[in-house]
Structure formats: C-alpha cells, structure tokens
Design a protein around this ligand. Structure first.
Ligand SMILES: [Zn+2]
Length: 364
C-alpha cells in the first residue's frame, strides 16, 4: 500500500470495504432479506457489522492512517485529499448506520414477537411428584402407633459395635452376628443391621418407662435378589414399663395389624429365637387377600409371616442401666419393604429402589 499514492490508498480502502460490506447491503435495501434471517442469525450479523465498523473506521484502521497523511501531501493537493478522506469516512459511516438500523429494528420486532404470550395456547402442566411407596407406608405405620401413644424415634445409621451388637445381647463370636453381617468402616464403625439400636439410644436418652417406634434404614451384606437388598427399611417398636407382659405384646401387635389390614385380621405367634428378647416369637397374620383360604400371596397357607417380637432380654435392660427386677418390656420389628411388597403384590423388592418413574407413578 505504501507504494501507492495517498489518493489510491483511500480508493483501495473503499474498494475493500465494499467487498466486505456486500453481504450486508441487502439488509437495508430489501426487508425480505432480513425476515428470512431469524433472531439468532440477525444477532450474529449485528456483531459482524460492529466488527466491520471497527476494522474500517476504528483508531487502527487504514482510513485513520490515511488521515495522518493529510499533512504530508503536497500543499496544492492537500484540500482535495482531505475532502476525499472525509467523504470516504462519511460514506462508510452512512452505509454501516443504515444496515445497523435495519438489523436493530428487525431484532427488536422479533424479540417482541417471541416474548408475546398467546393466551389461547394450551399450557405446559408442571408434573407434580409424590411420596415414595415406602414413605407412604411408613407414615401409615406411624399414624397407627402415634394413635396408640407411641413416640416416633429416629437415630443414626452408622453405629459402634456396642449399639449394634453388645447392648442387644449379641456378644462377639455370637452366631447372630453372622446372619446380621453388615458393612464396616476401617475404624470399627458399622452400618446398623437393625433398628433395634434405636431402642438403646432411646432408653439412654429418655429413661424408662418408654413407648416408641423407630422406622428407618438398615443394612446387611446381602446380594440383591427379588427378596433381598443390602439396604432396606424396618420399623422397631419398644414398650418398657412396670408390669409389662407377653399379653401386652400380643394385644399391641394384634391391634396394629387390625388397623393396617382390617378388623377381621387374625394374628398368631410362633415361638422363635432372637438374642435381644426372651421369650421370642415370630408373628403372622391371616392373609388380607384370601382371608385365609389360600392364595399366591400367602403361598396357599392362609397366613403371612411378618415380623419378630418378644420380651426384652434382661441383659438389654441392664446394658442401659434399667433394673430388670423392676421393669419389663416387649419389642417387635418388621420389614417395611417386605410389607410394601406384600400389599402391592410386587414380585421383586428391588423395584422399590430402582426408582423407575413408571413404577413409582402407580402409587400416586
Ligand atoms: Zn392368601
């Protein structure tokens, strides 16, 4: 460029600009060129025009450099060259201004159109969620026991050996530790394998007499299959007072099952063994589906096995400083997931934890 005359330099600036400006020219001449553009493309073109203005009219542009030559051209050419530079600048500015104005008007109109609301269009209804079937069942259980005068207790899911085993009369090397095998941390903590741990915390905190249920998560080292999951929900009940007998236990469990499954529900107890109760019993109830005549749910027995129970072992009372000569109590526990699977006739308990929305939606 330096070997050109100043006039020729300005002319080649104009030429280069006209070439670069070409694709924008139609925006100010022809309104339909804009209408086919769309908002996003128009915004991009607006930025491109701003860049073009900087490139041709900015402080570092060739035209700005040409302006500095005005003082150096021969005095007789100076006025003519000055006018040429000014006229070129005016021309470029006018062309850019026009195209910018067209783009700005178009963008504004497009935005207004986009933001206007058509009140006749059907709305998009937000999908409301609902509680998980386990939560719904847990709340029903809680309602029954609150009505019977029980407090709801909640406690930690990670425990020391004392709360998970020792205080529940399961000393080290006791075989019950094997079927309650759970997950351990490297520093000796265990994920609780039963909600019975809450009994111990509650008696330590509240003292006796106490009436409480503890619904919550428990953990076992089980391989998931249709009836097992390494994490599941239990509810534990405890009643300790002076003069509590097995009759109170049977009456409470029977009343609970009547309130859950209807007034005709029959309960039966079978002798069993648990380390933390003595005597111990498992309890079954008459099948809510076939009323005892036999069906798929009760495996044709007419009875559904639900949970374990018993009189609190004196060692458990001693572990929390309660005198078993003065106080006695009963405890019971059952699996909420298992109960949920029974009530909704689920073939696979894992459905409750896979969080498939198509399944969960059925419990609305
Ligand atoms: Zn049945």
């Amino acid at each position: 460029m330096t070997d050109q005359s100043p006039q020729a330099q300005v002319e080649s600036i104009t030429k280069a600009f006209e070439q670069d400006f070409g694709r924008f020219a139609s925006f100010s001449d022809d309104p339909s060129a804009l209408s086919s553009l769309g908002l996003d493309a128009a915004l991009a073109e607006q930025r491109a025009v701003t860049e073009l203005r900087t490139r041709y009219l900015g402080k570092k542009s060739d035209l700005a450099a040409a302006k500095k030559l005005i003082g150096r051209v021969a005095p007789e050419e100076r006025a003519g060259f000055g006018q040429l530079v000014q006229a070129t600048q005016d021309k470029l500015e006018t062309m850019l201004d026009q195209v910018e104005l067209s783009l700005r008007n178009y963008i504004e109109a497009e935005r207004t159109a986009r933001e206007s609301i058509d009140v006749t269009m059907p709305g998009r209804r937000p999908r409301t969620g609902h509680r998980h079937p386990i939560t719904l069942l847990r709340e029903r259980l809680e309602d029954v026991f609150v009505a019977l005068g029980y407090a709801i207790e909640d406690d930690r899911e990670i425990e020391t050996d004392f709360y998970n085993f020792d205080a529940l009369n399961i000393p080290e090397n006791h075989p019950a530790r094997a079927w309650q095998d759970t997950f351990y941390t490297v520093d000796g903590f265990a994920l609780r394998s039963q909600t019975s741990t809450v009994q111990i915390h509650a008696m330590q905190r509240r003292g006796v007499p106490v009436r409480m249920i503890a619904p919550g998560r428990v953990f076992r080292r089980d391989t998931p299959d249709p009836t097992h999951n390494p994490m599941f929900f239990q509810v534990e009940g405890l009643c300790v007072d002076r003069g509590i007998t097995m009759a109170h236990l049977k009456g409470t469990v029977a009343e609970f099952l009547r309130r859950m499954f209807g007034p005709d529900t029959v309960t039966r107890f079978r002798p069993s063994y648990f380390p933390f109760t003595e005597p111990s019993a498992e309890f079954d109830f008459s099948c809510f589906k076939c009323k005892g005549s036999g069906c798929r749910i009760c495996k044709n027995s007419g009875w559904i096995e639900l949970g374990g129970s018993g009189m609190v072992h004196p060692n458990v009372l001693r572990a929390v400083g309660v005198d078993p000569q003065e106080y006695s109590g009963f405890a019971f526990g059952l699996g909420i997931d298992r109960m949920c699977a029974l009530m909704y006739e689920l073939d696979d308990i894992r459905l409750l934890f896979e969080n498939d929305v198509r399944f969960l939606e059925k419990f609305e």
